[in-house]
Design a protein around this ligand. Structure first.
Ligand code: PMP
Ligand code: GLN
Length: 385
């Protein structure tokens, strides 16, 4: 029998390779400074490495319980209570996942059915819309505009229909660095109360928030929490994106469905790292200073760019800074980003990649989770463009 590749009907016919992979590959090819994909270029904590080694040597190398190591779920529960005043039962309401990406995919798979509508805010993290589509759902995009990228909830309300199943929010927001305020969540609560609409809240940058602001988690709003799944990532918090470790917290009725999918998607995730993280997050100083740490990097990068022609509004959170190049060029964002790599040896991500339909805001995203030396070298180049 012969296999006919033409017989394959793609489930994602309009999807190419993720822009992060594309830009990182291009940075390698052209030997450029890579400020495109979001990952730190510095070492993680030595004591965290030692803890992983300790648990591996102690023999914690076989499958962990399906929802995650209990000690880690208990520590996550304590952390969520301490930070947001929200009680989640480690037994029934917390699951450890292979990064936030799997948690998002699992949550979407557990609840989105054929022809359900899911409201997402564009620019949107790249995994949301494909995950919705692969589950037969329809992403309904609400477009946010520069420079503030704020949400007009009265406008959002107009997108709600009898088919709306879920709203995905992300604060602090990738790629814009904007954050949602208490009032945003109150509006969201009002809008979805007494409806069957679930909230999927991507809070992977919960600890990376600047200028004395505090992260506003959906966990802090009891009536919103009832219909929300909240996702976080240890990769972001502990500079270990390659470990792909994250978690989801949600009320038991939602978590029950989440776990039905989780068990067949991965069953469980890395055992020794879960034990190590349980010990490590037991000490809040290991994550409390993260906002300050990245604020210094943001400020260092922006002051090094003081003489450049790029315009900016300082990021309020995340480790991304948007730079507006409209004083330099009116080229399409991807064209400008590619030229930046090839001719100037700095890689960034065009924000247009975070929209389904073509857009050009002359805006690129730069990751500042880098050493000062890297940031200085990149800024020197950018100042001469
Ligand atoms: N959501 C957002 C907004 C992100 O920026 C990222 C990754 N940078 C993720 C989810 C995925 O996180 P993880 O690497 O833990 O899967
Ligand atoms: N979240 C990271 C970013 O926004 C990258 C994650 C990935 O490569 N998929 O750059």
């Amino acid at each position: 029998m012969t296999f006919f590749p033409e017989s394959i009907i793609s489930k994602l016919p309009h999807t190419g390779t993720s822009v992060f992979a594309v830009m990182t590959q291009m940075a390698r090819e052209y030997n450029a400074i890579n400020l495109s994909q979001g990952f730190p270029d510095f070492m993680i904590s030595e004591s965290l490495i030692r803890l992983v080694g300790k648990y591996m040597r102690k023999g914690y190398n076989q499958y962990a319980p399906m929802p995650g190591v209990m000690a880690l779920r208990e520590r996550i529960s304590e952390k969520t209570l301490g930070l947001y005043g929200a009680i989640y039962d480690p037994d029934k309401e917390i699951t450890v996942t292979a990064g936030a990406t799997q948690a998002l995919y699992t949550a979407i798979t557990a609840f989105v059915r054929d022809e359900d509508e899911v409201i997402i805010f564009e620019p949107a993290y790249d995994s949301y819309a494909p995950a919705v589509k692969l589950n037969g759902g329809m992403p309904i995009a609400f477009r946010l505009n520069p420079p503030e990228y704020s949400i007009d909830w009265n406008e959002v309300k107009r997108l709600i229909s009898s088919r709306t199943r879920m709203i995905i929010i992300n604060s602090p927001h990738n790629p814009t660095g904007s954050v949602l305020a208490e009032n945003d969540l109150k509006e969201l609560d009002k809008m979805t109360r007494d409806s069957g609409i679930l909230i999927l809240s991507d809070e992977v940058y919960e600890h990376i928030i600047f200028d004395g602001e505090k992260h506003e988690s959906v966990c802090m709003h009891p009536s919103l929490r009832e219909r929300s799944l909240v996702v976080s990532s240890f990769g972001k918090t502990f500079h270990a994106t390659g470990w792909k470790m994250g978690y989801c917290v949600a009320p038991a009725v939602l978590m029950k469905e989440f776990r039905k999918v989780h068990q067949f998607m991965v069953f469980t995730v890395n055992t020794p790292i879960q034990h190590a993280l349980a010990d490590y997050i037991n000490n809040p100083t290991n994550y409390e200073g993260l906002g300050e740490f990245y604020q210094q990097k943001r400020d260092f990068f922006l002051s090094a760019l003081a003489t450049s022609r790029f315009k900016h509004i300082p990021a309020a959170g995340t480790y991304f800074q948007l730079l507006d190049y409209s004083n330099i060029s009116d080229e399409d964002e991807m064209v400008f980003a590619q030229r930046l790599v090839k001719e100037h040896k700095v890689a960034a991500v065009p924000t247009s990649s975070f929209y389904a339909k073509p857009v050009n805001n002359n805006m690129l995203r730069f990751c500042f989770a880098k050493s000062e030396q890297t940031l200085e070298e990149a800024a020197d180049i950018l100042c001469n463009i």
